[in-house]
Write a protein that binds this ligand. Sequence first.
Ligand SMILES: Cc1ncc(COP(=O)(O)O)c(C=O)c1O
Length: 394
Amino acid sequence: MFESLTAPPPDKIIQLIQKFREDPREQKIDLGVGVYKNASGITPVMEAVKEAELRLWNSQTTKTYTSLVGEIGFHEVMIKLILGGSIPRDNIAAAHTAGGTGAVRMAFEIIKLASPESSVWISNPSWPNHRAILKFINMNIREYSYFDRDSRSVDFSGMMSDLKDARPGDAIVLHGCCHNPTGSDLSYSQWEELAEFLLERKVIPIIDFAYQGFGDGLDEDAKNLRMIASKFPETLIAGSCSKNFGIYRERTGIMLAVVQENKTKSVIQSVLSSLNRLSLSFPPDHGARLVTMILNDDELSVLWREELEATRKNLQDLRVRLAGELRDLTGSDRFGFLASHKGMFSLTGCSPEQVVTMREKHGIYLVGDSRINVAGLNEDSIPQMARAMVNSGM
Ligand SMILES: Cc1ncc(COP(=O)(O)O)c(C=O)c1O
């Protein structure tokens, strides 16, 4: 029977990682993989996480099941981190999910359960898993323009124009900050204009919030989302601790469903429980426990914030340096966008042929859509990167 199955297409980023591993050149640079790396090319375990693991090892007495939506203590710290007191607690339903991906999937399933005919709008381009999951669960997918390839910034008028086709009950995926793959975010006033427009059209926002703390800071990055959650009758938020706590493999994420009507909250809370029950029974616990311990402890919390801030500053610094190096080489500011993009990624906008030249001639690995992860650079490799970009005709 299994011969009737067709193998899904191979994941392009995994293929790229494999190619990179097999490349014998010493000066090769990996800008493909979507994880943070320090100047030595390592994705470190944060000190605060290490310390929390030690404390947990010493204090944990059981590993019996938790609740279907995970530990309430984890919900509380995450609600505070993400929503920062902007919403009354009684209006928030929460479930611990298997990473941000689990939360994104849950958000889509909620829309499907509530209104299977609705369309889910995603940005063009977006994190490829948005489309893949929506397709897998058979949802209607619509795309809105997002990126202006000339200016390498948000095509806000194109976005607003496409969204005129949105119908009441449709949902829209918005990246809370540090848009993946473009690195280009809406300004606050654009978020406000978009919010008014979507409210009028009764479109439900799904905020994918995978990079809190990587853009302008923890609270700054949450500002747009908090405004949305306080205005809309219903908002879904998919949070992730993978990047900002560096606990990628622990699969720690959270689904927050914010409602303005208290009576809907208990229904949605039960739906969250049931969705976890149907997919994993109980969410993975270890990462959530570390996050809870860190955020509830003053000393660990300060340490974690310092480490996250250092990460954020390093990303910003790499951006400014690369843009500066390119300015010196080209005598123009056409790569200035690299310094104003946020988070780990930038869509450079170069052609597929240039992506191949970068890889084959210069040993620099970009994702096929021309995305770079600036965390793959360091002080020493920036001049090499800038020269290769210019030599490849970017
Ligand atoms: C936009 C976006 N959303 C969600 C995720 C999910 O992250 P995770 O499932 O590792 O928490 C990612 C990870 O790359 C992402 O880039």
